[in-house]
Design a protein around this ligand. Sequence first.
Ligand SMILES: Cc1cc2nc3c(=O)[nH]c(=O)nc-3n(C[C@H](O)[C@H](O)[C@H](O)COP(=O)(O)O)c2cc1C
Length: 408
Amino acid sequence: MPAYKVVPGADQFYALNEPAIGTAYPESVYPQNAQLPTLFQPLTIKGTTFKNRIFVSPMCQYSSNNGYATDWHLVHIGGYATRGAGAICMEATSIVPEGRISPEDAGLWEDGQIEPLRRIVNFSHAQGTLIGVQLSHAGRKASTQAPWVHSGLGHGHSWVASKEDNGWPDNVWGPSELKFSETYPQPKEMDEAHIQYVEDSWIEAVDRCKKIGFDFIEIHGAHGYLLHEFVSPLSNVRTDKYGGQPLENRLRFPLRLASRVRAAWDKPLFVRVSATDWAQGPEKGEDDLWKQWGIEQTKIYVEELKKIGVDLIDTSTGGNWVDQQIPVGPGYQVPFAHELKKAYPDLLVGAVGMITEPDQAESILKDGKADVVFLARELIRDPHWPMVAATKLGVAIKPANQYERGWS
Ligand SMILES: Cc1cc2nc3c(=O)[nH]c(=O)nc-3n(C[C@H](O)[C@H](O)[C@H](O)COP(=O)(O)O)c2cc1C
C-alpha cells in the first residue's frame, strides 16, 4: 500500500487528513487533550457528527451570477473548509429569484444552480468539513443594493436596486404593504396563492439541497426577511389567518413551512430566528397587545419549532425595524440564546454576534448558554480562528496536511 493516503471517492486528488482538519487529536497522542474544552468537543445531531462547535455563520457575498455560485464562493468557502471550522453555513440562498436581497445574491430556484454548489460541497467534504446552506426569502427587503454598491452612492441614497441594476422593485412581496423604510422597495401583500408558491418553491430548493449533498439546512427566519416579517406585529398587520394580533396567526405560515421542510429533509435542520426587533417600548403593552417581536413570542415560536422537530435554533436579533436600537457589544445576543436554552434545555441552541475570543466562546458553551457558536466577522478577519482558538485553549487539533508546518 502506498504511504500517501488520498481522500477515497473524491473527484480529484486530495491528501487525506487523519483525523479531519479541526478535530482534536486523541488523548493518547496529545495528553493535553484529556480535558477537552467544550468548543472542541464533537456534537452529533441526527446521526451527523460535527467535529467541533465552531460554525461559520452565513455570510452574503453578493458575488453570484444570476444566483449561480462562482469561483469566489469556492475560494471563500474553501478557505474555511481547510482551516478547521466544525461546520460552514453558506450564505442566504434564495428559493425564488425575487426573494434575493440583492441581484448578486445566491439562489437555488433552478436546477442549473446545483452544479456550482455541488463543486463547493464536494471540496468541503474532501477536506472533512460539514457544510450546509441557509435557505431564504428576503420578503420586503428584496431588490436592494449590495452594501458596497450602496455605500458608493452616497448618504441618503435609496437602497432600491432598480431594473437598470438588475433589480425587481415592482415584484417585492411581504406579509403586508409596509415598507421597511422610505429608502426600501414598496412590497405587495402576499395572497394565499403566493404563500403557497413560496412554500412549494422552498421545498423544491430543499430537494436540490439533497442532490447537492448539503449536510444541513438552516431556514432563515431572522433579520427582517420574509419569515421574520410574518412573525412580527410591526411588519405583519394582516387581517386574515396569517396575521394581525393573534400570535397563532403570525406563526402559521413560518411553522407550516418549517414542518414541510422537516418532512422533506431528514438531515439536521436549523432555524435562525431574530429574538427581538429591538424597537422602542415593551414587547407587550399594558393593553395586553403585542407591540413588537421579542423573546416571549420567540419562546412560543421556538417551542412549536421544537415540536416540529427542528434540531437547532440559531439565535440572532434585529433587522426588521429601521429605528432599532441595538446595544452592540461582545456577545450582545448571547442572553437571548441563553433564554432559549433555559426554556428548552434539551433543544440545541446556537449563539452568534460579536463572539471573537476563544475564552469567551468557551465560557458561553461551558456555562450552558448555547451548544455551538456561529462566527462571522471574526472569521473574515481571521479564517484560521479555529486553529488559533485551539492554541489559546491548549488543545491540539489537526491542521490541514499542507498547512501543518505553520502550526507545529
Ligand atoms: C458580510 C456579512 C454577510 C452576512 N450575511 C448573512 C446571511 O447571509 N445570513 C444571515 O443570517 N446573516 C448574515 N450576516 C450576519 C452574520 O451571520 C452574523 O449573524 C452577524 O455578523 C453577527 O456575528 P459576528 O459578530 O460574528 O459577525 C452577515 C454578516 C456579514 C458580516
